[in-house]
Structure formats: structure tokens, C-alpha cells
Design a protein. Structure first.
Length: 385
């Protein structure tokens, strides 16, 4: 299977060639390491650099900053192929999101400083939104950034931060004006190695995605230059977040599609070999019907995802449609994982079988990037006008 569908009008020969290259790279460099990453709870930095050398992370970065000057379709290919291989550990999705913020809102100096390292894998990025008492309601963040001469003094904490243990660059959602509501939100870049008062908590123990580095972050009088503000003035953060969330939500849908294709491939191979009552599990009508349902969900999703990628490239993907993609894809992912695990019988419950891991990994997809309940609210607002 591939990301592309019959209506992939956005996909060029370059995208398809890139897909073939990424598939080979992941088979050689990612597949043999997945179990190790799960055991150690983090992806090796050497893999980041190898992926950078292969050009996996630079498809949508302009040539002046170490990229190839392509579009978001190249990132979509990488995200899909990672999920189709069965990996959720490598934090490329967050790296992509960080790149988009820097490319879109960064100054000339910020782009020159950070984009080449993000493309090469020398810099691992993170974005710190969620707080212990604040999830989807980003305008209610409490982490503050107060001007102190030519610096910001940052105080607060963040939780559930992907790439949090290893990130070299953290886009931090802060309040620069605590009384201004959403207009008081700003994005400030923190480079942990260059500051005092920054601390990472112990790696968080999760239900799934166990090789995906996730941490709590603490800021105690952390001083960063005023020039680390993203945008030309304070108070633009909420707008910046809202503008970029459609890509984050579509990104999750792309990963859901890859994970579904992975689960189906694993399950079909199993039921074609496993026998019961003298015949293959595949030969039972229930098995065939369940797989038919799952395959249909995959193809419906593939078509919708490709349509959304095309809209995003054209600058036409709106927030309600991105919310539909995130909501529908992750619900479908959960349903498919459940059906596929059931077809494995007792073996599906054993952690050494990839389907068990994929089942656990899928659960958070309905939570992060905005819960599916929030997605429904955003969709409903587009109806009730």
C-alpha cells in the first residue's frame, strides 16, 4: 500500500520517487531498531542524523535553509510510511510541526539559525503547549514570559511534551500578558542547553507509544533573549497556533491511515496462515467480512486524506475540514485495531505481536492534537452559522 489514492492530484513523480526512497530507508534504518527504541524509551540520536542525511525531514524546507524546497506532500509521505511500518516512536511529526512554525513565523535570523539543523537532524524540536491544568484550551495557559531588560523570564510547567527529553529547541506557548486572554498568548523559543532554570522531568510512563520520548518540562526563571519570540510582536501566539493546527490535525490523520494499513497487512498475513477447525481463519465468512469492513474504512480514509493534502498545498484546508479528518481517521483507526486484534485471538493480546502494540499506540490518537470531542465542537460551529 501507499499513501496515494486515485484522487491524489497533488502527487507528482517526485513525491512517488520520494516515497520509494523513504520506504527503503525505513526498512533498513527504522525496522531493525523499533524494539530497541521501545525498550529504551527513546529513539537514538544517530537515527535523527541519518534521517537528516537521507533528506527525510527536509522536503518542505526551502533550499536556502538546507531543504529541497518542496511542499507538505513530502512530509505527508514520510509520516505515512513511518506509520505503515508500524513505528510511532520517532517524533518526526512534531519535528515537522516545529519546522512549519519556524518557516512561517520566524525572522530571517531565526530561519538561518534553526532550520538547517532541524532539516539535518542535528536539532530535535518540540512544541510545549499542554500544561498540567490546561489541555485543549490554549488561551488558558499559565506559563508566563515577562520582559526583563532584553530578555524574557519564563516560569511555569508543561506536560505530555513529545521529544521533551531530547529536544534542543522548544517552541513554548506562554502568556506575555496574563490579562489579555487569547491576545496575551505568545510563542517563545527555548534552547535548553543555553539556559539556566530549565528542567526535564522523568520520562512519562504511557499506555502505548513507549519508545516515543514524552516528558514534563519545568521553567524556573528561565531567561531567553527577546529575539526568541516568534513573530514581529507579542500576542500573536494564539493566532499562530490556530493557523498551524490544521496541519497538525491532518498529520494525525495521515498517521492513522498508515497505522491502519500496517494493521491490515499484519492481520491478513496471520489469518492466511493460522488454522482452526481444519481451515484457514481467512476462510471463515466472519473473518472475510470483518476485513472487508476494515479495508473499506481504509480506502475511504485514503481518499479523504489525499483530498485534504491537496487542499493544504493549495492553502484551502480550513479548520473544520481538518477537524473532520482528525476525528474520523482516529475513530476509524481505533475500530480497525480492535477488529484486527480480535482476529489474532489470544495471540493478539501478547505484547510480542505487533498488533498488540499498535492497539495500545492507537488510543492516544483520539486525545492529542485536540480531543475528538473538541473536533466535533469545531465541526458543529461550522454548521451552526
Amino acid at each position: 500500500m501507499t499513501l496515494f489514492s486515485e484522487n491524489s492530484n497533488w502527487a507528482s513523480d517526485e513525491h512517488r520517487m520520494f516515497s520509494e526512497m523513504v520506504t527503503r530507508f525505513f526498512a533498513d534504518e527504522m525496522a531493525p531498531n523499533i524494539d530497541t527504541w521501545v525498550e529504551q524509551g527513546v529513539v537514538d540520536r544517530s537515527f535523527w542524523r541519518n534521517a537528516g542525511s537521507a533528506g527525510i525531514m527536509s522536503g518542505a524546507i526551502d533550499e536556502a535553509h538546507g531543504g529541497v524546497g518542496g511542499d507538505v506532500g513530502f512530509e505527508a509521505v514520510g509520516l505515512y510510511e513511518q506509520a505503515r511500518l508500524g513505528d510511532v516512536n520517532w517524533g518526526f511529526g512534531i519535528q515537522s510541526i516545529v519546522q512549519h512554525y519556524i518557516s512561517t513565523y520566524g525572522s530571517v535570523e531565526q530561519k538561518a539559525r534553526w532550520l538547517p539543523g532541524l532539516a539535518s537532524g542535528e536539532i530535535v524540536g518540540a512544541i510545549a503547549m499542554t500544561e498540567p491544568s490546561t489541555g485543549s484550551d490554549l488561551k488558558a495557559v499559565r506559563t508566563s514570559a515577562v520582559q526583563d531588560g532584553n530578555q524574557y523570564c519564563i516560569n511555569g510547567s508543561k506536560i505530555f511534551i513529545t521529544n521533551g527529553q531530547t529536544a534542543d529547541l522548544i517552541i513554548t506557548v506562554v502568556k506575555t500578558d496574563k490579562d489579555a486572554g487569547s491576545k496575551g498568548v505568545s510563542l517563545v523559543v527555548v534552547e535548553p542547553e543555553d539556559v539556566d532554570g530549565f528542567r526535564r522531568g522523568q520520562p512519562l510512563k504511557k499506555l502505548g507509544m513507549k519508545g516515543n520520548d514524552t516528558a514534563e518540562l519545568f521553567f524556573e526563571n528561565v531567561k531567553v533573549p527577546l529575539t526568541n519570540l516568534l513573530g514581529d510582536q507579542e500576542g500573536q501566539g494564539f493566532y499562530q497556533l490556530m493557523q498551524q493546527l490544521p496541519w497538525e490535525r491532518l498529520l494525525i490523520a495521515i498517521q492513522a491511515l498508515g497505522a491502519i494499513d500496517f494493521a491490515l497487512a499484519q492481520t491478513v498475513a496471520y489469518v492466511q496462515e493460522r488454522k482452526a477447525f481444519g481451515q484457514r481463519i481467512m476462510d471463515f465468512q466472519n473473518t472475510r467480512f470483518k476485513l472487508a469492513e476494515c479495508k473499506t474504512k481504509a480506502e475511504v480514509l485514503r481518499s479523504f486524506v489525499n483530498d485534504c493534502i491537496g487542499r493544504l498545498i493549495e492553502g484551502k484546508l480550513d479548520a473544520p475540514t481538518a477537524s473532520m479528518a482528525k476525528y474520523w481517521s482516529t475513530e476509524a483507526q481505533g475500530q480497525v485495531m480492535d477488529e484486527c486484534l480480535q482476529l489474532f485471538g489470544g495471540y493478539g493480546y501478547m505484547s510480542e505481536y505487533p498488533i498488540a502494540r499498535a492497539y495500545a499506540d492507537a488510543r492516544v490518537q483520539r486525545i492529542y492534537g485536540g480531543t475528538n470531542e473538541i473536533m466535533k465542537e469545531l465541526i458543529a460551529r461550522s454548521i451552526d452559522v
